[in-house]
Design a protein. Structure first.
Length: 908
């Protein structure tokens, strides 16, 4: 009895412990669920708050200059909207003409881009083999990933150059150049949307058309494109939105003018985006010119909303069947009301607009009745040439069943002739062939654009690409040096010299008299021997023109480690300039090589000196600083964007049940994503810069980039989660798991590839962004990464073209090649992860990291090792493609077969 009671107590205690453990675990799960819900809720609220504040800020700051009394004596509202000049210093402030110019160039770019885009999409989806389709799709996707600053570089150099060559009286930077550049930019966007739209067309409709005797070309035009018209129109809306908000490319291509509107193709132009971007970093934040940029931003935003809304209404009225049905229903009701009013009260009772509608309705009814009576009489009277004009169909042919022939109308001569069925078929084939050639011609433009841009970049940029270009910063380091007394008996062997070079045998270095690509003349020091006294130079702490105090020298400098060292001054130890006979003019008035025509005399003077004072300038033109800044910006941006973006998306999908609320949040984020990055940069410069010290401006740039990429991250993650399998998740919830547990154990592993892919593509967006970053951290290149700001790779390109006295297109093209390679590698990584090819994605991720590391640590051997591994990989992939096509097996399988065959032979 006691033992049974003891066993019962033991079982009770065990169950009690078990239930207590379960209760504790449930509490922990609830706590974790509530914590996750609370954190993601905070992310969502923060995101929505920032978006709403940004939009309100644009509106308030945009209206302020117009309604404020501060500028009431300068800004006239009527002239602001309808004036024709923008000259702040002359108190002439008009932006209406800029709005017209912006709209004009964007609409014309859309008109040019649309036929090319639609033709390309149709060829990719319906008119080409799989190989050609893949090649063309690769070209389109590649073009869509090219940053706008590279399009601007191409337009500034190639398109402006072509326009100037064709029209010698034009200097470039015209409306035509801007329109062509914008058309090139928006073509990939429209093409990709059109491809998706055409692919969604039901194939059975096309098969039915072909079965009824239509040619493939007729089916493509009258069935496929007509069915996909709504999606194509959506692509056009995206294209016009991008064109209206584009700033970087337009600013690089256009030649601004202070009055307008200028609608002529060969005239210079001034758009809203050009005025907002150019010179922004030099404008005083408290000035009227600074405030007017917000007014321009508001006008630009209103323009985008109006244009896109108008096109959406047009799309709805043209392609939405329910909308058209409602419109017809409304028309019938309106017609009934007006006719009833006329019958009861007469025509005099109608208002002006009602009378207008009545006349239109009556005219339409009269025409319909006449056509109906005519068709009836035609059918009753039989077929005759007298009524053939009215009943001939749109193709210009009608069948005469009594003769089993076809009567065809020649509309040009108003004559009719009888032709056979075969003639109609042949004519249809001939027309289809001509149309197909037109489609292929238009579609080849995408490939031609990509080849043109790549060829242009390689042609210009290959000369600037070097290891020094990749690993050096961008600055001019001035060195005032003193070279110690040398042994006068030393003599260094001269290398092979050209006519512009002299060798200073007593000092072991050469002087080269150079002229840069832009006409700059200078003297460079080259070939410094490792035993030269210049390897043990000392910095001067005093003026270089005074006698040298050897007891007050600074650090030692080894000039053999310097690159592109340029000589500006040379003195003896008493601070005297060289006494060179036959010099055309003295060194202190010019530093060009023409200053010393007697090169031999200078060489002899240098060899006669026992010590020298040198003023040199190391001319660094590398991108290491810009690359470091880009990586720093990526790190800071993703540190903020990933938790906020993912957290917002998680809360939307997991904890919001109301479909209306979900759609409202998505719509808000979608609207914000349509705001041009130039305007978001203006927001960042106004909100974040004043909040931070100068040493933290890079954080302001990161917060600005968060605003740019956040909507994309949220929408992509939400779509990925909503498309994931819900059955497994529901099963997990049915077994008692909380939403948080189900999310982390079921949903997250399934959508993880999409999350990583979204992150990688966001990094590509950061690398290519230009306009917003110029407005926040400027575009001045430096030596290394800095939290105080500076140029990134993309803004470095803009600086080389617009920020210097003479545009350095070669260096800009070199940076463009680097950007395209980086974005291309990111694309390969993203594509591999989405396809769940983990080995391939890990390989490219490691390769990408090693490439960056080799440049940052100046390890040339690591760079070439990584490059070789990439080449080997692509050779391996090409071999696999060949083997699959030839033998239907991969290289690994072939090696295994060879090994097995070898083993079998060994056994025999």
């Amino acid at each position: 009895m006691k033992s049974n009671l003891k066993n019962t107590n033991t079982e009770f205690e065990a169950k009690k412990k078990k239930y207590r453990t379960q209760y504790r675990r449930q509490n922990q799960e609830k706590t974790l669920n509530n914590a996750f819900k609370g954190i993601t809720w905070l992310f969502l609220i923060s995101t929505i708050f920032i978006v709403i504040v940004s939009i309100i800020g644009i509106v308030v700051k945009g209206i302020e200059p117009v309604v404020s009394n501060q500028y009431s004596d300068i800004i006239d509202f009527g002239y602001l909207l309808f004036g024709g000049s923008y000259q702040v210093h002359a108190d002439m402030v008009a932006i209406g003409y800029m709005f017209i110019n912006t709209l004009w160039t964007s609409l014309l770019a859309l008109l040019i881009a649309t036929p090319f885009s639609v033709a390309t999409a149709l060829v990719i989806t319906r008119m080409s083999t799989k190989l050609i389709s893949n090649i063309m799709m690769f070209c389109v996707v590649s073009l869509s990933a090219v940053p706008s600053v590279i399009f601007g570089l191409f337009g500034s150099y190639a398109i402006n150059g072509a326009v100037s060559s064709i029209f010698p009286f034009v200097q470039g930077g015209t409306n035509l150049s801007v329109i062509l550049t914008l058309a090139m930019m928006i073509t990939p966007t429209i093409t990709l949307v059109s491809v998706n739209s055409i692919n969604s067309v039901d194939r059975s409709i096309e098969d039915a058309s072909l079965a009824l005797g239509a040619t493939k070309t007729q089916t493509n035009i009258k069935v496929t494109l007509k069915s996909a018209a709504s999606g194509i129109f959506a692509g056009m809306i995206l294209g016009i939105g991008r064109a209206l908000g584009e700033a970087t490319a337009v600013s690089l291509v256009a030649d601004p003018i202070n009055n307008g509107p200028t609608l002529a193709f060969l005239a210079p132009t001034q758009t809203l985006t050009i005025t907002m971007l150019q010179g922004f970093t030099e404008v005083d934040p408290g000035s009227m010119e600074y405030s007017l940029r917000f007014t321009m931003a508001l006008v630009l935003l209103i323009a985008i909303i109006l244009v896109i809304s108008s096109m959406n209404v047009l799309k709805k009225s043209s392609f939405d069947k329910s909308y058209r049905a409602k419109k017809i229903d409304y028309k019938l009701k309106s017609k009934e009301i007006i006719y009833t009013k006329v019958c009861t009260s007469g025509l005099e009772s109608l208002s002006f607009f009602e009378n207008f509608k009545f006349n239109r309705y009556y005219r339409d009814d009269k025409r319909t009745k006449a056509i109906s009576n005519f068709n009836t009489s035609s059918i009753e009277g039989g077929l005759s040439f007298s009524n053939l004009d009215a009943i001939v169909d749109s193709s210009g042919a009608i069948e005469d069943t009594s003769k089993n022939k076809v009567i065809k109308a020649d509309k040009r001569n108003s004559e009719y002739k009888i032709v056979s069925d075969q003639e109609i078929i042949n004519d249809s084939k001939r027309k289809s062939k001509i149309i197909d050639i037109g489609f292929y011609t238009f579609a080849s433009v995408s490939i031609a654009i990509l080849i043109g841009i790549v060829s242009f970049l390689l042609y210009l940029g290959s000369s600037s690409l070097s290891w020094d270009f990749l690993t050096n910063g961008y600055n001019d380091e001035q060195l005032n040096l003193y070279v110690e007394d040398k042994n006068t008996s030393d003599s260094f062997d001269s290398p092979n010299l050209n006519s512009n070079q002299v060798w200073i045998s007593g000092w072991g270095f050469g002087l080269s008299y150079e002229t840069s690509d832009y006409g700059e003349e200078y003297i460079s020091i080259f070939g410094i021997d490792e035993n030269s006294p210049l390897a043990e130079s000392r910095t001067l702490n005093e003026s270089i023109t005074s006698p040298v105090n050897t007891s007050n020298l600074g650090d030692s400098k080894d000039l053999t480690s310097y690159h592109d060292l340029r000589l500006t001054y040379v003195f003896d130890n008493m601070g005297n300039l060289p006494d060179v006979k036959d010099a055309s003019y003295s060194w202190d008035s010019s530093y060009s090589w023409n200053a010393v025509e007697n090169k031999t005399g200078l060489s002899e003077w240098l060899n006669s000196q026992s010590s020298l004072s040198l003023s040199t300038n190391e001319y660094k033109r590398g991108i290491a600083g810009s690359l470091s800044n880009t990586l720093l910006l990526i790190g800071l941006t993703m540190l903020i964007a990933i938790p906020f973006g993912f957290g917002t998306a998680f809360f939307i999908t997991e904890f919001i049940r109301s479909k209306k609320l979900k759609d409202s949040i998505k719509s808000l984020l979608s609207t914000f994503s349509g705001i041009p990055t130039l305007i978001i940069g203006l927001i960042g410069a106004t909100i974040f810069i004043p909040m931070l010290p100068p040493e933290g401006y890079m954080w302001a740039a990161a917060l600005t980039m968060v605003l740019i990429i956040m909507p994309t991250i949220v929408s992509s993650v939400v779509d990925a989660i909503e498309k994931s399998s819900s059955s497994t998740k529901n099963g997990s919830l049915a077994l008692g798991a909380t939403k948080t547990r189900a999310f982390f154990t079921v949903t997250l592993p399934e959508v993880f590839p999409a999350l990583v892919s979204t992150t990688i593509m966001s990094i590509g967006r950061i690398i290519g962004e230009t306009a917003a970053l110029i407005m926040v951290i400027g575009m001045i290149p430096g030596d290394a990464a800095s939290l105080s700001g500076g140029a990134t790779l993309s803004t470095h390109i803009y600086y080389l073209i617009k920020g210097t006295e003479t545009a350095d297109y070669a260096a800009a093209a070199g940076i463009s090649i680097v950007i395209i390679l980086l974005i291309g590698m990111l694309f390969f990584i993203s594509d591999s992860i989405e396809s769940k090819k983990w080995i391939k994605s890990i390989f490219f991720a490691i390769t990408f990291s090693l490439f960056i590391t080799s440049i940052l640590v100046n390890a040339q051997w690591l760079f070439w090792l990584t490059f070789s591994s990439v080449i080997i990989y692509f050779l391996y992939e090409l071999t696999n493609i060949y083997l699959i096509k030839k033998h239907d097996l991969k290289l690994n399988d072939l090696i295994k077969l060879k090994l097995i065959k070898g083993a079998n032979n060994a056994e025999k």
